[in-house]
Design a protein around this ligand. Sequence first.
Ligand code: NAP
Length: 291
Amino acid sequence: MQSVQPPVTVYGVFGCPIEHSLSPLFQNEAFKITGLSGVYLPFLVRPEDLAGAVHAVRSLNMGGVNLTIPHKEAVIPYLDRIEGEAAETGSVNTIVNDGGKLIGYSTDGDGFLYSLRKEAGFEPQGKNVIVLGAGGAARAISFALIRGGIAGLTLVNRNLERALSLKEDLLAKTGFTADCMGFSEIELKRRAGVAELVINTTPVGMFPRVEEAPPFPLEFSPAGCLICDLIYRPPETLWLKKARELGLKVLGGTGMLLYQGILSFSLWTGVTPPEEPLRAVLEKALRPTEK
Ligand code: NAP
């Protein structure tokens, strides 16, 4: 634990549960590296206490907070305004306390785009994309990919209604028309053959169920297709391992986690912390422990 010398600005993350969050480790390291005065704490905030907790950001003059499960949408009525990606997606992961005004942002989608461009060298402009899942993460990255200029988007979800609802929202807010489907094997094989980017946003394959993989026919993906999994526990899922063994390019979820954290830190402080030491902190924390 670093020593806390006043004056220090307090930041934090509100969630329920909160023990799993890597944000305190990450953001405190960012304060240490940049030499800025700040301390970042995890707060267990139950849904019924969210209004009071957000009020405390103002009354305790905190610099800002992150929001995680289940507060990203529920927090919106308690904010003074929401900006950019947060306004588009209806999801807030970062609050900035700007002199008593609480402003909501989301860095999830842009964090993903940074990872895609910087780590995989993939430019989404004009590309044909398949997204598996239609939950919160799928929503953030679909809006981001549309901002990035993709040409085609197929949303594949178990619950078709949820995919259709995301499709309608994308159309209403961006004018972009996505396709929707369930996990139909024949249709997926056909679409896999023409997709340049496939992203798993479902938790299938996440720790502890690491022996599972989403039912997507990787062997039908063309050479050069990028296979991406948002899961970061484990850093390489079974699905990504299979894709790599088939000679496809792969990208895991650690980069999105890294860049969304860096973008939150920049919103609070105006300073962009260096990537590599922060990546090292995350990779160390995510490394499987020896048994
Ligand atoms: P969510 O809102 O609960 O959505 C989960 C989605 O996965 C839904 O579309 C759900 O389908 C689908 N799904 C769940 N179990 C499934 C199964 N057994 N088979 C097929 N589909 C299944 O969750 P989320 O917030 O989007 O998060 C999803 C994943 O993304 C998690 O693994 C999370 O760790 C990861 N994530 C990573 C980052 C990062 O920084 N790398 C950021 C955000 C999220 P139904 O609608 O049919 O239930």
